[in-house]
Design a protein around this ligand. Structure first.
Ligand SMILES: N[C@@H](CCC(=O)N[C@@H](CS)C(=O)NCC(=O)O)C(=O)O
Length: 223
């Protein structure tokens, strides 16, 4: 099955994902914005298949989702994959040296800070049977700080790296695009600039919501 704007025909892309994975959404969204389809390879993250030696040997030795196959070549890590796709399509890379530097600066920051902590906080809050309240409180405080930083950045410019959408937006919007009852944040009420930016991203041609692009069985919810 192909998934994405061009539903028919064989896609050169295969995406190993699970629907709740914001990191997977980064790649699915980038492909959608570039008018590309992909073959979705739903992965049983809830059953911890990505922890098995077999899966790691066959798909990703780093033990992580997503994995994007491009004509059989298996790629991991969303940052370099987004950069590669931006190069392939000549889109969303930034147009000046200064803009490209901003893209890299925010991509790295997102990987280490916003996405990493938001993903872990949301997972513990919503998709874990039991989680340590002290760890959750720590993560919540970190995400609060990071969202404040993004709010400040977007108070002064329409997109993360300036006047145009780039892969920094694709990366940073991903976890914030999931429903508020999963993330635990009511962004329209708490972060007006972030909310307005998410609406600008959602208005880009080809945009689709996370669970629309990433179909299939969902993780069990505990909150
Ligand atoms: N930096 C990686 C992050 C990937 C990542 O953390 N994926 C999660 C699922 S969304 C995962 O597989 N986590 C398993 C683990 O942390 O052991 C990327 O950008 O691709």
């Amino acid at each position: 099955m192909n998934h994405g704007p061009g539903e028919l025909g064989v896609s050169r892309y295969r995406l190993h994902y699970f629907p709740e994975s914001g990191n997977s959404y980064k790649l699915a969204l980038m492909l959608a914005l570039c008018g590309e389809s992909f073959e979705p390879i739903w992965t049983d993250f809830g059953a911890r298949i990505t922890w098995t030696p077999q899966w790691r040997a066959a798909v990703n030795p780093m033990g992580e989702i997503p994995v994007l196959e491009i004509e059989g070549e298996r790629l991991t890590q969303t940052g370099p994959i987004l950069l590669r796709l931006a190069g392939t399509y000549g889109r969303f890379a930034g147009q000046t040296d200064a803009e490209r530097f901003e893209v890299l600066r925010w991509l790295f920051w997102d990987n280490q800070k916003l996405s990493a902590h938001m993903a872990t906080y949301r997972f513990m809050r919503t998709f874990s049977a039991k989680s340590d309240p002290a760890v959750k409180a720590y993560l919540r405080a970190r995400v609060d700080d990071f969202l404040g930083i993004v709010e400040g950045q977007l108070g002064a410019r329409p997109f993360i790296a300036g006047d145009r959408a780039t892969i920094a937006d694709v990366s940073m919007c991903a976890y914030l695009s999931y429903p508020g009852d999963e993330t635990g944040y009511d962004l329209p009420a708490s972060h007006h600039a972030v909310h307005a930016w998410l609406q600008r991203v959602a208005a880009l041609p080809g945009w689709r919501a996370p669970y629309d692009l990433l179909p299939g069985a969902r993780l069990v919810r505990f909150a």
